[in-house]
Design a protein around this ligand. Structure first.
Ligand code: FAD
Length: 326
């Protein structure tokens, strides 16, 4: 199984600091290699009042879907074990047959069933595959509470001619998302040829355990897709690899993924803080990020910016009495 509508995901070299070369790390530590669509050399952050362009070696664009370029297809081709496609499985049926079950369903259902779900955040994303002329090494992110509330829009190219335009908003229903999308099109003045659209409701969340007996929870199933920007591709791959390592070498899986979990927990605190900002707050935040020294530190160094800012974010969350983070 996989995604029917193709999409482009971004691997920003922002979250696994001090390490930056994420694909190199994957290959060197786990022997996992896949070809991204492109390197991201330009990332543009846009808000109501300003546009902040950032240049550098910023990450990768990766395709997800059932096409030949999709990361899951590339990885599946390398597997020597048998894959059974188009079958929904339930971990409860597998636990009696196998020593271990690694759950990677892309949702929090198993965590909920096992009573290890600490908290969740619901969001919806609407996306469109669009045709036009794009820089294949560039991605855009749009912040504007007028249409994205505390979420964001994004534009990520598959190629020079095709891109994914998406709007990701926490806590909206289908009708609200539709009208936000219409405002997104209007306010950003998009005149596009849309060839396909999709809408996905999804929940991110935190888990208090990632292994229960012989069941190991990886990727989104383990709460490893963040609630901050909805990112989790690298965390999904890494936690899957670490689950394999834990089983093969008799190691403690929860300890192995401890640093990943801590990052995701911290990013959850960032999301809580962002959810309190109005447009003025968002504009101020972007203005701060746009300061030359600040954007340089965030995007073009090895400094672990999330951990650096976390104490301030935690303090802010406490101040507004909405602290979910630990
Ligand atoms: C629109 C959108 C855009 C995103 N953009 C980014 C991005 O730019 N960068 C980023 O890092 N992350 C992004 N993410 C998040 C990223 O996709 C996830 O973090 C990542 O896919 C999690 O990987 P996973 O292996 O846990 O789950 P998935 O990749 O979702 O894989 C789960 C698979 O399990 C299958 N499945 C589910 N239930 C069962 C069952 N019972 N039996 C058998 N199979 C089952 C599903 O069909 C699916 O193929 C985005 C997510 C969305 C929705």
């Amino acid at each position: 199984m996989g995604y029917v509508v193709p999409r482009v995901e971004i691997l920003l070299e922002l979250f696994q600091r001090p390490q930056r070369r994420q694909l190199q790390h994957l290959f060197e530590h786990f022997g996992i290699r896949f070809k991204p669509l492109a390197r991201v050399r330009r990332f543009v952050m846009s808000s109501l009042q300003q546009t902040v362009p950032i240049s550098g070696e910023l990450g990768y664009l990766v395709e997800r879907s059932q096409s030949r370029d999709a990361v899951e297809v590339q990885l599946a081709e390398k597997l020597q074990s048998k894959i059974t496609f188009d079958t929904m499985v339930d971990y409860r049926e597998l636990v009696n047959k196998y020593d271990y079950v690694v759950v990677a369903e892309g949702n929090l259902m198993t965590a909920r069933n096992l009573n290890v779900l600490a908290c969740t955040m619901a969001a919806r994303v609407k996306g469109a595959i669009i045709l036009g002329r794009f820089d294949p090494e560039s991605a855009m992110i749009y912040f504007n509470t007028g249409y994205a509330r505390q979420g964001f829009g994004s534009l990520k190219p598959f190629s020079r001619e095709r891109a994914l335009l998406a709007l990701n908003i926490p806590g909206v229903n289908h009708t609200e998302l539709d009208s936000c999308w219409a405002r997104f099109m209007e306010q950003e003045n998009f005149r596009l040829e849309i060839i396909e659209t999709f809408e996905i409701p999804y929940a991110t969340g935190l888990t208090c355990r990632q292994q229960v007996g012989q069941i190991l929870l990886t990727g989104s199933s383990g709460g490893l897709t963040d609630s901050f920007l909805g990112l989790g591709l690298m965390e999904g791959i890494l936690s899957g690899a670490l689950a394999g390592k834990a089983i093969a070498e008799g190691l403690n899986y929860e300890q192995l993924i401890g640093p990943l979990m801590m990052q995701v927990r911290r990013r959850f605190a960032f999301r809580k803080a962002i959810n309190t900002l109005d447009n003025t707050g968002m504009v101020r935040l972007l203005k701060f990020i746009a300061l030359p020294g600040v954007k340089q530190v965030i995007y073009n160094t090895n400094i672990d910016i999330i951990n650096l800012l976390y104490p301030f974010v935690k303090k802010y969350n406490k101040k507004i009495n909405r602290s979910y983070d630990r």
